[in-house]
Design a protein around this ligand. Structure first.
Ligand SMILES: [Fe+2]
Ligand SMILES: [Fe+2]
Length: 305
């Protein structure tokens, strides 16, 4: 059991290619003159290839289970976040079955925040957090700026544009830019909105550790039916785990452990291998425990290391 390798839900090669495409696009947008946005050619074909490969990668798993990409520096957020939002959205769209245009969901997810590169907002403000009044206005313009870039391009469908323009709309009308409610928000936009919130909270839990990934799941459940579509949240939380396999985590007992297998159903309780007892007393042979079992009920994951 102990030699089990972490399972990669999306291959490293696909990840690296996706990160490069997004990095290049963001750099191009940051350097663009405001009157020349129509000259930017979104990398449609390259993204389509990646979206199809993600579908193949997650489709071969016995159960749909993916998780976020751990990041250690805020500078990685702007290109890792769109990738994770795409993986979460595609996985959820596949599980929902009613979604016909998975490719559009994936491409919209990749492009959802491209408008941010045209503002002064830096990646340090994850999803607009901690912004001053002036900057909030600029931040809130990013969905429309994103659509402006895509408007001229015939290969980009109306579904993709809807995702970019509506990914901050909320079911209870509290979102922006238009304050749309419930069914007025396109289904694909609602999927990407859930993935966007889930990914940003998970990355926050990895970066500043003020929230732990298990609490992120609680937050998602608390938004369900209010800001976020409750059915989509339910499906997303059944197939997107808050911890990636291979993550080192701290348990409530003070032990250090590594996540060795995600568990469907109870995503906050994976199988872990305990590497060190309290006080960093490293063990010779890691003990594998399934946190779902009643005898381990008191052991909770309290953070990622
Ligand atoms: Fe956004
Ligand atoms: Fe986002």
């Amino acid at each position: 059991m102990l030699d089990r390798k972490p399972r990669q839900t999306v291959s490293t090669e696909v990840r690296i290619r996706a990160f490069k495409i997004m990095k290049d696009l963001i750099a191009e947008l940051k350097g663009a003159a405001p009157h020349a946005l129509h000259t930017i050619d979104p990398p449609y074909e390259e993204l389509l290839e990646i979206v199809e490969e993600i579908q193949e990668n997650v489709g071969v798993l016995p159960e749909l289970l993916v998780s976020c990409t751990p990041i250690s520096d805020i500078s990685e957020y702007e290109y890792v976040h769109p990738f994770d939002v795409a993986v979460f959205s595609i996985t959820t769209a596949l599980a929902l079955e009613s979604v016909k245009r998975i490719n559009d969901v994936g491409i919209g997810a990749f492009l959802h925040d491209i408008g941010l590169a045209l503002t002064k907002i830096t990646a340090d403000h994850i999803e607009g957090e901690g912004l001053l009044e002036d900057d909030i206005k600029s931040y809130r313009s990013h969905p429309e700026l994103g659509v402006k870039v895509l408007r001229q391009h015939p290969s980009i469908s109306a579904f993709v544009k809807a995702i970019v323009s509506q990914h901050h709309e909320r079911m209870d009308g509290s979102g922006f830019p238009r304050g749309f409610r419930g069914p007025d928000i396109h289904l694909y936009s609602r999927i990407v909105a859930c993935a966007d919130v889930y990914s940003s909270l998970l990355h926050k839990s990895y970066l500043d550790k003020t929230i732990n990934p298990a609490e992120v799941v609680e937050y998602m459940m608390s938004f369900a039916g209010f800001e976020l579509d409750k059915d989509i949240v339910r499906v997303m939380l059944s197939c997107v785990a808050p911890f990636p396999e291979g993550a080192t985590v701290k348990l409530s007992t003070g032990e250090l452990a590594v996540v060795s297998q995600l568990s469907s159903g109870v995503l906050t309780r994976p199988v872990v291998q305990v590497l060190a007892k309290e006080g960093e007393n490293w063990v010779k042979t890691p003990e594998e425990i399934d946190l779902r079992q009643p005898e381990h009920q008191t052991r909770l994951i309290v953070g990622v290391v």
